[in-house]
Design a protein around this ligand. Structure first.
Ligand code: GTQ
Length: 346
């Protein structure tokens, strides 16, 4: 006892001594550094869009899109407040653009996705090509592509931004610059990329280098929905429902290297079996409603609600009607590094 106490004191003195030299003992932190399984700091959570919509619209009276550059409310995971992240590796926010406004052109190392939630009449331009934004459309702005947004319609437009900001921050690899004019010149007419690269063919001399951005940068909900609806009568996977990942059609890989995106249809009166994977995911309900069990929590979700499933947390969905969920995660990063795991539970 006496010896143990003395040795504790000796250890503390020793730690204080090595502290001066910017060193610390591994044995005090080993099990936290190398845990037997993922121990996410982010927690299961949900944002109820019907509650948030009016709060978001109030921000339109506080600041213009031009002044803000991007008028966005960041969705901060309650487990890691103050870190501008929705999961450990990804950022998400709700962006508002009012009629007549422009969010000026810029580009940065961070890759972004948009999922259009509310309102018609906005557009995003990516490297000189515009795309109209309709509800449910999934739009990418890959690393270092110029992008600006505008609203030509007569109603507020809201979308969810998903970016790899924490990943780029972690790597200290971020650059950003503003364009000289706030809207890009149109280099190609709207729909060009989808026509050339989005229909089972690609231009004869097209070669995609690993660092090239995807040419297809909009995945219209009208098409995603049509495919998912038609599959509603076919057998569903017990864990996933009818679930798909979005791809760059030229390569079959994820549309952006750091963020994977997925869509699934869960059939009327069905329940998925519990499942977990190492990629923390952000889910958005695009159609329908249901209940999500995430770890020991339960959330009733409806259209446009945003849910977080932390890494390695068992989750399942129960839906009373046909329901379409969009989701995104850092899965392509984990797979490239050989880290990704999943488990189908019963
Ligand atoms: O639209 O470019 O939510 O640069 C955060 C950073 C959106 C954007 C965000 C951004 C953008």
């Amino acid at each position: 006892m006496r010896d143990a106490k003395r040795s504790l004191e000796e250890r503390r003195n020793y730690y204080a001594m090595i502290d001066k030299d910017n060193m610390t003992p591994l044995w005090e932190v080993l099990h936290a550094l190398v845990p037997p399984n993922p121990r996410p700091n982010v927690v299961p959570t949900m944002w109820d869009y019907s509650e948030l919509r009016s709060t978001l619209l109030q921000s339109g009276e506080l600041i213009s899109a031009e002044e803000a550059e991007r008028r966005v409310l960041i969705l901060e995971n309650p487990g890691v407040r103050g870190q501008s992240r929705i999961t450990q590796s990804l950022y998400a926010g709700l962006q508002l653009i009012l009629p007549g406004e422009v969010a000026p052109a810029h580009r940065h190392s961070q890759s972004a996705l948009r999922l259009v939630l509310d309102g018609e009449g906005a557009y995003t331009a990516v490297d000189g090509e515009r795309t109209a934004m309709s509800r449910g459309d999934f739009i990418t702005t890959p690393s270092m592509t110029w992008h600006d947004h505008g609203n030509l319609g007569d109603e507020p437009v809201v979308w969810l931004d998903g970016l790899d900001i924490p990943i780029v921050q972690f790597l200290d690899a971020g650059f950003a610059e503003k364009a000289v004019s706030s809207s890009q010149d149109e280099l190609r007419q709207e729909g060009d990329a989808l026509l050339r690269y989005g229909h089972n063919m690609i231009p004869i001399d097209f070669y995609q280098a690993p660092s090239d951005p995807t040419r297809v940068f909009v995945y219209p909900f009208s098409e995603t929905r049509k495919v998912l609806r038609e599959l509603a009568d076919t057998p569903a996977d017990p864990w996933h429902g009818n679930a798909f990942r979005f791809v760059n059609p030229a390569t079959g890989t994820s549309p952006m290297p750091t963020i994977g995106a997925f869509a699934r249809l869960l059939r009327c009166n069905s329940e998925t079996r519990p499942y977990r994977s190492t990629d923390s995911a952000v889910f958005v309900c695009l159609e329908g409603e249901g209940t999500a069990h995430i770890g020991d929590q339960q959330f009733d979700f409806a259209e446009n609600d945003v849910l977080v499933v932390p890494s390695w947390t068992a989750h399942q969905f129960r839906v009373p009607q046909n329901t379409i969920l969009f989701s995104f995660s850092d899965r392509p990063v984990q797979q490239a590094l050989g880290l990704w795991r999943d488990e189908k539970l019963s």
